[in-house]
Ligand binder design. Structure first.
Ligand code: ZN
Ligand code: ZN
Length: 272
């Protein structure tokens, strides 16, 4: 069976309250060997850690989503820092900027993003970055962060993987900069949509060793399950679409993206 990592799934959301055990079992049945559950606010980060304790294949990330940036404070930051000492916390996220919905004012979003980038640096954890219609500011802030905080690039101008741009939607225009900066590219359900030409280009243009697959469940349900709640088992459809676009087997996509995920997220989490 093809092994897959769902690198971004909100298993803590209440959409899974009635059947979470079955959802995790179905994911395992579909070859999913690890699920990364990012936090969106403090309560959700705590819930992600609890789920990581309960389910062997679940790992947590801790962070405040740009939508919830108004809830970010010095107190939140110190609570996140405490949570991060848990051995199954593998990243800071999801953090970033969302100028599409603007549920929090952009300046508040930028402040929370900057502080959490610093937290990742302090904890030596990779970041899970959410960027929606905010590419310029997102990349500018990542530039600043990388130049001030992270280890210098190698002779080819490349850096070690330092995070993932999840549910990547910035198009090929920003892809070079993302790769150069050492980011992995998280491909989600829309890659299965026939009309998502820009995302198809991204999947084809990105080096295989920089790709991750994800569901972002319960959102962004892929074809052929549209209209239903998304769940981690459906990451197989994302992987199949990427394989198709790249002209390689789904086995190859599974092996490579699983290796990429285990390379990015620290700790001993190789599938047995
Ligand atoms: Zn997101
Ligand atoms: Zn998300």
């Amino acid at each position: 069976m093809v092994q897959l990592v769902d690198s971004h799934c909100h298993l803590d959301f209440d959409k899974f309250d009635s059947d979470r055990d079955q959802v995790v079992a179905a994911a395992q049945g579909a070859g999913v060997v690890a699920i990364i559950n990012p936090g969106t606010d403090l309560a959700s980060s705590r819930a992600a850690v609890r789920l990581a304790e309960k389910y062997e294949i679940v790992y947590a990330a801790i962070g405040i989503h740009p939508h919830d940036a108004t809830t970010f404070s010095a107190k939140t930051l110190s609570a996140l820092r405490d949570l991060a000492s848990h051995p199954k916390v593998v990243a800071v996220g999801e953090i970033g900027l969302d100028y599409h919905r603007k549920y929090s004012p952009p300046d508040v979003q930028r402040k929370a993003f900057a502080a959490q980038l610093e937290l990742a640096e302090e904890l030596n954890l990779p970041v899970i970055v959410h960027n929606r219609k905010a590419s310029r500011d997102t990349f500018d802030m990542l530039d600043t962060w990388l130049s001030e905080r992270r280890a210098p690039a190698d002779r080819d101008g490349r850096r070690e993987p330092c995070g993932v741009l999840h549910s990547y939607s910035a198009g090929t225009d920003w892809l070079g900069r993302a790769i150069e900066h050492g980011f992995l590219i998280g491909i989600s359900g829309p890659v299965t949509f026939p009309k998502a030409a820009a995302l198809h280009q991204v999947a084809k243009a990105a080096p295989l060793e920089r790709l991750l697959v994800e569901t972002d469940a319960p959102f962004l349900t892929p074809v052929p399950c549209r209209g239903r709640r998304n769940e981690p088992a459906y990451v197989q459809y994302v992987a199949a679409a990427v394989a198709d676009l790249c002209g390689v087997s789904i086995q190859q996509i599974g092996e490579q993206t699983t290796e990429n995920a285990f390379g990015l997220f620290p700790g001993d989490r190789k599938p047995s």
